[in-house]
Design a protein around this ligand. Sequence first.
Ligand code: HEM
Length: 459
Amino acid sequence: MSIAESYDLAERAPLVPPTPPRAPEGMGALGRLAAIRHNAIASWGQRAYEDDVVKGRFFNHASYILNMPDDIRHVLVDNYENYTRTAAGIRVLRPILGQGLLLAEGRAWKHQRRTLAPAFTPRAVGTLVPHMISATEDIVAEFERSVGAPVDLREAMQRLALEIAGRTMFSFGMGQHGQQLRDFVIEYGMKLASPRFLDLLLPLGWPSPQDISRAFFRRRWTKFVGELIAARRAAGKSDGAPPRDLFDLMLAARDPETSEAFSDDQLGDQVATMILAGHETTATALFWALYMLALDPETQNDVADEARAAGSTESLDKLPFTRAVLDETLRLYPPAFLIARAAAGPDTVAGEPIRKHDVILIAPWLLHRHEKLWDNPNAFKPARFLPGAPPPDRFVYLPFGLGPRVCIGAHFALVEATLALSRIVGAFRIELIDREPVMPIGVVTTQPDRSPAFRLTRR
Ligand code: HEM
């Protein structure tokens, strides 16, 4: 009998990982604004975890947090063209992602999405698995050398996910580029990623003081991405050879209707988008999975048993329990904790009249822990996602978003993270040395508030 078949939740009291306190309901606009800048998760009160819709104000526009599946479907699927990214979101991400797929809108987005889709099919992702495995083997070898010593798994998972992003994109290890890339990401995250007051207030056409610093950053960043692409071009590809990485797939990509290829600038923005959108989110998911498994040694042993039974595998078919652990991690700690949209024109949502520029918030963090939508919402119960369990409503569980703008890298991320988690937990017993609770901070992604020390021992 496999681990997935024999797993009997009834015998165990589930882990309830540390849950952040709720914001006081009477928090004023300024308090909420400060909370949003530093940690949006801490700005939500208990009502946001219980009500169907939470109405608020965002400067002179109305804002709505949607918690009902039908309303979410309306905004993300049925009338998605009426909802764009918010000005604050564009401001913060534009310097790093440019006009790449995540920020593109309208016709430009359709063209890019159609062109890129073939590079992310399960078949195409399958060709990238050897890169994922080689990067994971390198980190396992590194852990072998630090057995028994304190390890910063958050930093290690960021390096692993970046290495996977680099190798799947370019077929070469990130080496010295990796450190430079992380330095860019850290510099940006610390200095420019949190929206300031004027970022939230000014229309997009008016540069805020931070926008000026962001423009300087962008100049250095695009030069760096250009150097990465030049290095990859220099490494070449023999004519007629099958594509070996995402870069080859993106070079070969043509719009199915117009046969257009990406220009060099567009290619640079796509490369930056895929590396950035892909690595920070996946690293975050792996960190939280390892954190919860360290707090829940029995479940950790089950993951290790499944890894042993599966042997060295390139497919997820033999890892249903590990995959369920990951699905449950993405429920409790969705790396994209918030999906924000601005209305482009009038509409009606949740019975409320929506005006142009009103803000719609769909928060996987809230939906995944909503009191009405889940049984024991704050408990870590991977069995919810085992084959045979009733699948959750897809408008209630949406770690990768939904509708036409659903994450293009969802399958890629699940393959990468499941294989890495199984390999690492299969090889090492993971313990927390420092047992102070780790709390989530919601700024762009769901980051831990600190990096606890772990200890790894060989299994
Ligand atoms: C656990 C890992 C990941 C999570 C939780 C995640 C989550 C998301 C979410 C929620 C969205 C939708 C945002 C919205 O509707 O506003 C999204 C979009 C996107 N993701 Fe991911 N993502 C992950 C991994 C990846 C990977 C590995 C890649 C690329 C290799 C990637 C590339 C993108 C891109 C390009 C978009 C924009 C798609 C579009 O607008 O058409 N993501 N992601």
